[in-house]
Design a protein around this ligand. Structure first.
Ligand SMILES: [Zn+2]
Length: 669
């Protein structure tokens, strides 16, 4: 694994605390003081610098107050601490590098001795600033106080008091902040900077401002104000629904409802402020009801359950299975058994859930499986159906407790509803303890071949299964699905055997058709890959009289019908497009023939992987893209390895001379 993958893999996924101590190098401190013209032996100079840092602290107060979601009671926000400890309590929490604030409403705690967790999430921008502030600025401020004590301007008692404050409390200057004039000024300053539309608005108008904001900028969020009011009421402990949720159900159920609501509220607010919302906190993190973490033994056991006692993981499979089971967003790029990794993780999860349910702790895990298109001939779907309860997405998700797998199809555009589906799961998960564990995208390279609309959601890990996407595409996939970090598991030496490529250049469609026909007649069996459905239907119509052949194209239904016909009538020539064969694992390896043109390296890879060794390309003589021009005179095996970012080697260098370009090179040598 590359360095950045290692780091991603080691990055803690769940909630932790910010490190509040940074060991400043004395040289760094001196440099910092120098830049700011501060003399560490001069009392006035130190005081002045500390005042500047206090203002920064004030600014964070307003930033958090205004961006975290539903407003805090001021005293509540003052109670936020920065401590390195694991127990739940008023604190700043870290998840995947971003921050949220967690407080307990102590209002009723004496009476009912129950926790009242309050969660406010920060938008990404504020999170980043605050993390730097806590990690770097705070320890530095502490050093300044130490200098002040050394100059004698602070008594030891005062120093201890300040020192504790800097070490433990997020906010230091509360007296100033409580003054509403200061708050109003700073609010205006903040709003002027972030949202130019709101110049000149007074503090007393915050609520109207937000209502206006909601009405003017966000469609479908008219309920936000009501939501805010309700949440405030709930925080204060007076609303009816709070009564029902907190006293009529158990604590975990209550926490789920409340935390989910607070999260939604924060997210809606971030949208209003046009800031990117933090979506990585999952409420389950805060309750003692986490979905299962699976051990290596449980995974091996699930493998045996599927394949028998002799089961062993192949190269890279164990790592991939474990990462899938532990819900990393990842690219599974191992040579074989990619789907198996997911199925084993899911089987282990189900065994675990059943055991938990027997103990009275009902849990249920669901995986969304995305396939290129829904077909009974897709071996992945067959394996899923054999092992799990599968539901096919049809615009609605149905009863989430009724199935283990929700099948979605790329071709039917299901991914545009992904975010909606994920949110639905999250809003219902407290009822039956149903957890949406991950989204698996099978044959993920098809996303690169076609432009699909994806509405991603940061809250759910995404697993991509493909051997054809090079590492540089990980960033593209992350962007497409709105993922923060992607781990990659590849086989130690990715297998990409050199194939024999031959190129025939033709001036027009008629001569391409003739050459294809001659070739196919002499081969007896072949897969012909044309550039589009139109060309497939044209080729089939031209060849049908001469050679029994079948075209696989068009709707999933007609493709499935064609495949069935092919099997029953033993037709050995298949004409299709690269997209249409993705996800079909039933075609036997044979000679592969590309016709007309090849649009990108992935088509070339998908097609040539189906060949038993020989790939013929009967292409038009003129080329539009750089890739197509390269096909003329560059070693094809080199192009393929270059796309996959593998060790580049031409077949000429490998001494194999298997492609048209290398053969030509030898002739000229
Ligand atoms: Zn070559």
């Amino acid at each position: 694994m590359a360095m950045n993958e290692m780091m991603a893999a080691q990055k803690p996924r769940v909630v932790g605390m910010p490190q509040t101590s940074y060991n400043w190098d004395q040289r760094d401190i001196d440099r910092c003081l120098e830049i700011n013209s501060v003399d560490k032996f001069d009392i006035k100079s130190l005081q002045y610098f500390r005042r500047r840092l206090s203002r920064l602290n004030d600014l964070f107060f307003y930033m958090i107050l205004l961006t975290c979601g539903s407003p805090y009671r001021l005293t509540e926000l003052y109670s936020v601490l920065i401590r390195n400890e694991e127990r739940l309590g008023s604190n700043v929490f870290v998840a995947d590098g971003m921050l949220g604030l967690f407080t307990n409403n102590g209002k009723n705690s004496m009476k009912y001795s129950r926790e009242r967790p309050i969660l406010k999430m920060l938008p990404e921008e504020v999170s980043e600033c605050l993390a730097h502030y806590i990690y770097f600025v705070r320890p530095f401020e502490h050093t300044l106080v130490e200098y002040q004590e050394q100059t004698g301007s602070l008594s030891h008692t005062e120093f201890k008091k300040l020192s504790d404050k800097y070490k433990l409390h997020l906010f230091v200057g509360e007296k100033q902040i409580k003054n509403s004039t200061t708050l109003g000024k700073s609010f205006r300053k903040f709003i002027n900077k972030t949202t130019p539309k709101l110049r000149g608005i007074m503090y007393g108008e915050i609520r109207q401002v937000l209502s206006y904001f909601v009405g003017a900028n966000v469609s479908g969020m008219i309920g936000l104000q009501i939501k805010i009011d309700n949440t405030l009421a709930e925080q204060a402990g007076h609303s009816f629904s709070r009564f029902v949720e907190s006293y009529a159900t158990n604590r975990d159920g209550y926490n789920h409802v409340m935390l989910q609501r607070m999260r939604d509220c924060s997210a809606a607010w971030h949208t209003c402020l046009e800031m990117s919302t933090l979506q990585i906190f999952t409420p389950s993190v805060f309750t003692r009801n986490e979905p299962p973490k699976l051990t290596g033994e449980e995974l091996i056991e699930a493998g045996r359950q599927m394949f028998g006692q002799h089961f062993k993981f192949k190269d890279g499979q164990q790592q991939a299975t474990s990462d899938v089971a532990n819900c990393f967003s990842m690219m599974v790029a191992i040579d074989s058994g990619k789907t198996t990794c997911c199925i084993i993780a899911m089987l282990a999860e189900r065994t675990h859930s059943l055991r938990q349910t027997d103990r009275g702790k009902k849990t249920h895990c669901v995986t969304i499986f995305v396939v290129p298109y829904i077909s009974t001939l897709n071996s992945t779907i067959r394996q899923l159906t054999e092992n799990f309860n599968v539901r096919t997405f049809d615009g609605s998700v149905g009863q989430v407790n009724d199935y283990d797998v929700l099948l979605m199809s790329l071709e039917d555009g299901h991914l545009r509803y992904l975010n909606q589906v994920v949110r639905h799961f999250q809003s219902t998960n407290y009822q039956g303890k149903t957890y949406l564990r991950r989204v698996v995208v099978d044959d993920a390279h098809i996303l690169q071949m076609k432009q699909y609309v994806v509405d991603g959601n940061k809250n759910v890990p995404v697993v991509f299964l493909t051997s054809f996407l090079p590492q540089k595409e990980d960033a593209t996939m992350s962007r497409l699905f709105n993922i923060n970090s992607l781990v990659r598991v590849s086989s130690q030496e990715p297998l990409l055997p050199h194939k024999e490529f031959t190129l025939f250049k033709k001036p027009n469609t008629t001569s391409i058709c003739q050459t294809v026909l001659e070739k196919v007649r002499s081969f007896g069996s072949a897969i012909v890959i044309a550039e589009s459905s139109d060309k497939v239907s044209y080729l089939v119509s031209q060849m049908a009289d001469e050679v029994p052949c079948i075209g696989i194209y068009g709707s999933p239904v007609s493709r499935t019908a064609a495949l069935n016909k092919m099997a029953s009538e033993n037709i050995r020539v298949v004409v299709t497009t690269a997209e249409a064969v993705v996800g079909l694992h039933m075609l036997k390896p044979t000679t592969v023939l590309f016709a007309y043109s090849i649009n990108n390296p992935i088509e070339l890879l998908v097609g040539s992987q189906m060949s038993s060794g020989k790939v013929d390309m009967v292409l038009l003589n003129f080329y539009s893209s750089e890739f197509q021009r390269d096909l003329l005179d560059t070693c094809v095996n080199l192009m393929v390895t270059r796309h996959m970012r593998l060790t580049e080697q031409t077949c000429y260098e490998a001494g194999k001379e298997r492609c048209h370009a290398c053969v030509k090179k030898r002739r000229h040598a």
